[in-house]
Write a protein that binds this ligand. Structure first.
Ligand SMILES: [Cu+2]
Length: 103
């Protein structure tokens, strides 16, 4: 039991180091993110993207549905396309405001 005391003391000292708030990098509002089109629902203006990290939304990589900001935004895209896009949170909805196909 005695051997635990130095360890606990060390943890008690070390913990505040990890508790320090980490300042997040300043994300640009217009940052382009990359992804792959998984599904397109033109009629409802929805697109499913497998995306990399979204710095401006503080989001890890995942596959999710976005709403298109304008009706014509999804025209010309097809499943499997690699894209570069701008995603924003608008009124609680993840919205794609710009999207372009990568070659
Ligand atoms: Cu996401």
């Amino acid at each position: 039991m005695k051997t635990w005391i130095p360890l606990l003391a060390a943890l008690a000292v070390a913990t505040p180091l990890y508790a320090q708030p980490v300042t997040p990098p300043v994300a640009q509002a217009s940052a382009m993110s990359e992804g792959v089109v998984r599904k397109i629902d033109v009629a409802n203006g929805k697109i499913t993207l497998r995306h990399g990290p979204l710095a401006n939304l503080d989001m890890p990589p995942m596959t999710m549905v976005f709403t298109a900001a304008q009706a014509g935004l999804l025209e010309g895209l097809k499943v499997g396309d690699r894209v570069r896009f701008v995603a924003e949170m608008n009124s609680g909805v993840y919205t794609v405001t710009r999207i372009e196909r990568l070659p």
